[in-house]
Design a protein around this ligand. Sequence first.
Ligand code: 3H9
Length: 687
Amino acid sequence: MTVTITHEGVIAVITIDNPPVNALSQALRQALVDAVSTIDADVSVSAAVLRCAGRTFIAGADVSEFGKPPIPPHLPDVVAAVESARKPWVAAIHGSALGGGLEVALGCAYRVAVASASLGLPEVKLGIIPGAGGTVRLPRLIGAAAAVDLVTSGNPLDARKALAFGLVDAIVEGELLSAAIAFAREIAGKSRPQRISERAVPAVEDGFWENVERAVAAKARREIAPCRALACIRKASEVDFSAAMAFERETFLELRGSAQAAALRHVFFAERAASRPPGLAGAVPRDIRSAAVVGGGTMGAGIAAALRDAGLPVVLVERDRATVERGVANIKQIFEASVKRGRISPETSAERMAGVVGTDDYGPLADTDLIIEAVFENLAVKRAVFTRLAKVCRADAVLATNTSYLDPEEISEGLAQPERFLGLHFFSPAHVMKLLEIVPTDKTAPATLATGFALARLLGKIPVRAGICDGFIGNRILKVTRVQAERLLLSGATPTAVDAAMRAFGLPMGPFEAQDLGGLDIAAFQRKAARERGETPFAPVADRLCTIGRFGQKSSGGWYDYPPGERTPQPSDVVAAVIEEEASGQSQKIWDEVSIADAIILPMVNEAALMLDEGVAMRTVDIDLVKIHGYGFPRWHGGPMHYAQTRGLAEIVAALDRLSISSLAEPPCEALRRAAEDGSFRPLERP
Ligand code: 3H9
């Protein structure tokens, strides 16, 4: 049974039980409409409480139904039925009241919530807008300005803020159901508040709509839904309730079928599938109650901060007293910056720091559950760390390396109990970036691997399993991107044009701006190491820039010039001259934005196809998640693999063939050609 009705004297209690998150499936929508009729017809009932079993109130429409034709009763009709019920309904909210869940609550005459509840309309994050009166009722209840914030950001409010906005009528202490029943008894005898649909949107000051339209458009960049949601709220303030509902419904149905919504739904489910990689069923993760980080530089401090944010006590190990102090100061700086940005209170910052112990002695690690090494990228230095760790740590402690380019197999060579070792590749800044590449060696035990995934969940990260290769998934693709960016320069494009094209595609930054920000020296160092291994990395222009000391913003010039004190890139004559020299003899072409983006994105897909074939990546969704969470690939494109699949793999192969004939990209690999013939990538079978 999805919905049951019980009675507490004159109060009917409607309980929704539709695990895992009480999403509004067709069956649930029907059961709610039926409940309204049943309670309306029951003369013994004076008021009703709507509550949910399980961990949350209704978390929204059932997203898995969005790819299919909508089946009645439609949600706007369900909310209308609840709102026009003869007896007043009280929504009793715990967990999250999101999307359609909040819209159902807005149909109720009252809303009460526990203090830990959150309420929001996150639809824009799925490329749609609230489609059951959210854009029409919310501004009538809390005013246009607050409604615009809530709907166009998609971010939820906690219960106390919701109370301040008038979105909930009371925050209840103690047990929710009894408190909601008591609330319902109290209001049962009183006159019912005006239905939200019968109220008007409070007036706004002159220029309000123009200002918010500008601000929302600037923030949304190429994302459609926030601006369309805003248009619905504006309409709701200009026309009557039913005309506004019709406009909202029309917009909702249009966006529900859009490419952006399909891409964002893909990412929604991919993120949830991330913690369930194939081949790990049944593996039991180890308990992680304490952690240590070896190395207190930028990466190590960021990792330590992420561990503290998740509540784990952290030991920070460094070489000597001076480096210990520097490492602890680095962590402190992270929390202090969070205080400045208003993300945490000074008390929380102090509490986080109280859980950090700095030491230059490995002794305190004897009973630590997880140790993450984040020292200098040098094989011998890293091996020495693990040799010392193996001597002091428990045999069942998980030992991880945060290397981004070295081979974890080589780092763990000779390690006692190598089954407890794995790579955990965090992205910088590690306390902010969501991506965690989890890299097992041949010897990593399933329980160790499962611990990596459990840790990601604890830290709120998106885990992706990556096989061992140069750069794992993310940086291996990044290398291809950089090669392509230079190929573009040598064939007639400018850094400015390439960066502008990639921003137009939806990336927050182009490849040259990004290199200037991060510094050209790290990649130069890696190319040097690759050359020592006998490889021939391609970066003729970047190599020349490093030779003349142009390392990016930190050296006041890289791919661009930066006037003193400024961070806005200016085209550089020096760079233009280097490009011209390196390009001499090569045929030049006129590049437009779309073909520049193709020359960057399609080779990514080719490299990804190779990685799937080699088993370095296990699933196409993993590659999408790596690019979205590690490199700013627009969510609304769904990641490079979803983008390629949507455009058509045959078209991608044909475009790569054309680029490769002019030596502007590698030819499509066999795996990509096969996938194009099949129409999709074959899922990799794993035990
Ligand atoms: C909407 O409401 C449109 C309306 O305005 C108009 C309609 C006309 N549907 O996240 P978790 C699954 S749009 C289907 O790991 P948590 C999820 O896939 C909707 N399934 O849990 C996962 O399944 P599995 C607006 C859903 O505790 C399982 O539930 N609402 C939905 O970390 C557990 O999920 C939203 O966008 C759904 N709506 O977090 C809310 N939601 O185990 C989206 C979840 O098989 N949901 N699932 O992988 C959330 O934000 C989180 O799930 C929530 C719980 C905070 C509720």
